[in-house]
Design a protein around this ligand. Structure first.
Ligand code: ZN
Length: 661
């Protein structure tokens, strides 16, 4: 990996006969597919009876594909344990929040923490790695598939015991836990760790600490499971390892990718929601900064299952999806799936070939992606995504806190995507970064929607500010402790002291008639908000109507060479959006953000840096065309002609590559 671009598909040869496989390979070559991902649901084909392993079929397939110039990402099949594992063993199965025990079938039906599951999973992983790990066709590994996409925290007895051990490790004594969680409330008080329940059925909501800690426990356990598989694979193979994840699943992506070699994601966003597609690239690029990420799954046309289907992509959209991914740092763009399934619950899902072997409605678009990949490959390989100056912190742990405390059904993913979309639409090149990211190179940092900020994060952000950065914190950030309780020293704890503000009180501003004025715009304020003491030196946004009239909702505090800006509330509606745009604009100007263009909404600029030159990928995502002003003379790399500075028009689903020297 690393020396070429990949165009791939998920492939399930175990479901087809030899004739179909022959046909598939011929068709893959025609469509420019140079990598397939196989094996992730094939446990029963690899170990039909407990302890009887047969990898010969997969070995042959990998070799045959390799002979035909198609490489393989090999998967471990642990999302679908076979019937010999499940049958008659309800104690091995996943138990949901209501106490319902899963039966065999579908996928993710087993508890991934059960010791016997771990044992069998390790054995099948070892057998696969031993058999195919050194084959020249295997260029990468994928562990399992979409951890926790259908399930979240398991409530089985095994998990209960592990939960108690986890708590012991975290709190040492049950007295510490009682104190941290404030368990005198509602007589929750525990005398031993063994008494601490799981957040299962209850008449009303669970204690916030219990609910959030159980999620963190579950996230840690699934990451440990991933670590363990990776360790086994590494004994037999030097090919890099990934997992296909998403912002949507109940996992801590930062933690999972910490011990893997490259990052990949699955996305099925439709064209209406193209920012939700793009945010993945801007985030996944930052889980493994030194290595291209993979779009491991996306539909060539539409996602579907027996129960639903999405709108198909308009012609031309798939190609710009691929262009955007590659330009924003992808090494691979892969479909789910190659050949439509003839059985199971995903028969209707979009594919490259139909179950009867004919091209699907998306087929021509796949051919376009193949051409695109060949065209841009030398440009992508000689450049890298430019260092962004603006970063937005993304936190799956923050997502867990928000799931516990969702107020009016707040959804972490849509909150973060909406926040991101504004910055995207303003033509600012941006990174979405995990909590632990190095902040070197950034000028502006946004930290929205993270109820709890660690001391470590605050210290790193503080250092960033002292060195000249502008840190914009909020809304809904910092108001909870690490144990998901309210601070008692001041409203925002350590953050408040660092930010040089005084929070008077907090309250929900939705429907309260609160109006805030900042950057010459008045806008209604919403969401759970912090109200700051008005101070002529620090106040930037003033509440002009409502319960906190005269107080402040945006403050600035100079620190070292930079400043901390507190955004205590969420301006809402059209005027709120405008006010936030002005805020972003104001601080980007102040911080001298230069990687920005006036690109029209629906079109993006993805800047890349080469040795002594830069390239702008200008890509129309929404099918309406657009334009951007080129700051200097450039060369259009498709036509090899000089383009003068000024307005550049981009047609419907068009992309251009402009080189600046
Ligand atoms: Zn369990």
């Amino acid at each position: 990996m690393g020396k070429k671009l990949y165009h791939g598909a998920a492939y399930y040869p175990e479901l087809w006969d030899e004739r179909v496989i022959e046909e598939d390979i011929i068709e893959m070559k025609k469509t420019g597919i140079n990598v397939v991902r196989i094996g992730e649901f094939a446990w029963a084909s690899m170990e039909p009876e407990e302890g009887k392993y047969d990898l010969s079929f997969f070995k042959n397939i990998i070799n045959k594909l390799h002979e035909n110039g198609i490489e393989t990402v090999m998967c471990t099949p642990t999302p679908t344990p076979p019937i010999w594992y499940s049958h008659g063993h309800p104690e091995r199965m996943y138990v949901d929040r209501d106490g319902k025990v899963m039966g065999h079938g579908s996928r993710q039906h087993a508890c991934t923490n059960h010791p016997y599951f771990r044992e069998r999973a390790a054995l099948i992983t070892e057998n696969i790695a031993k058999e195919v790990g050194s084959l020249p066709g295997v260029i990468g590994w994928q562990i399992d598939n979409e951890f926790k996409c259908h399930v979240s925290e398991c409530m089985c007895h095994t998990c209960k015991d592990l939960w108690h051990l986890w708590l012991k490790e975290r709190y040492e004594s049950v007295e510490n836990l009682n104190e941290a969680w404030g368990t005198k409330i509602w007589s929750e008080y525990y005398h031993s760790f063994e008494q601490v329940p799981q957040p299962g059925p209850a008449p009303f909501l669970h204690n916030s600490s219990l609910h959030t800690m159980y999620q963190l426990f579950s996230m840690e356990k699934i990451a440990e499971f991933s670590d363990g598989q990776a360790e086994i694979i590494r004994k037999y193979s030097s090919a890099p390892i990934t997992h296909n994840s998403s912002v949507f699943f109940s996992v801590d992506n930062e933690r999972i990718f910490k011990n893997l070699d490259f990052a990949s994601f699955d996305t099925y966003a439709t064209i209406e929601n193209y920012p939700a597609y793009l945010i993945n690239s801007d985030l996944w690029r930052n889980f493994k900064k030194d290595r291209g990420f993979w779009v491991m799954e996306t539909s060539p046309s539409y996602a579907a299952s027996l129960a639903s289907y999405a709108a198909p992509h308009p012609n031309g959209y798939l190609r710009v999806e691929a262009a955007a991914a590659y330009a924003l740092g992808a090494e691979a763009f892969c479909y789910w799936l190659w050949r439509q399934q003839r059985a199971g619950c995903e028969q209707p899902h979009g594919s490259v070939l139909s179950a009867w072997g004919k091209p699907t409605v998306g087929y021509e678009n796949v051919l376009e992606v193949a051409d695109l990949k060949n065209e841009i490959e030398p440009i992508i390989l000689s450049t890298a995504p430019s260092q962004a100056e603006v970063a937005i912190t993304y936190s799956d742990r923050g997502k867990a806190f928000l799931k516990t405390e969702s107020h009016r059904n707040l959804n972490h993913r849509s909150l973060v995507t909406d926040f991101y979309k504004r910055i995207l639409n303003m033509g600012i090149h941006r990174d979405v970064v995990p909590e632990g990211a190095d902040l070197e190179g950034y000028k502006v940092l946004f930290t929205p929607f993270i109820h709890y900020l660690s001391s470590e994060y605050i210290a790193r952000a503080r250092e960033f500010v002292e060195k000249g950065g502008i840190w914009i914190v909020g809304p809904l950030t910092g108001g909870r402790t690490e144990n998901h309780t309210v601070h008692t020293d001041c409203a925002l704890g350590e953050l408040e002291k660092t930010a040089g503000v005084e929070v008077l009180y907090t309250f929900p501003m939705d429907d309260s008639g609160t109006v805030g004025r900042a950057f010459d715009i008045s806008a209604p304020l919403g969401m759970w908000s912090s109200v700051f003491e008005a101070n002529s030196e620090t106040s930037v946004g003033v509440i002009e109507e409502g319960l906190a009239k005269g107080k402040s909702f945006i403050t600035e505090h100079k620190l070292g060479g930079g400043k901390i800006v507190m955004l205590g509330s969420l301006p809402i509606g059209e005027s709120g959006d405008l006010q936030l745009q002005k805020l972003v604009h104001h601080y980007s100007e102040e911080a001298n953000v230069t990687l920005r263009s006036d690109v029209t909404q629906g079109t993006i600029v993805a800047p890349r840096q080469g040795d002594g030159f830069s390239v702008w990928f200008v890509i129309n995502m929404d099918g309406n065309g657009g334009s951007v002003t080129l700051p200097q003379q450039g060369v259009d790399l498709q036509t090899n002609t000089v383009i003068e500075p000024g307005k550049l028009e981009i047609g419907k689903f068009e992309y251009k590559m402009i080189q600046f020297n």
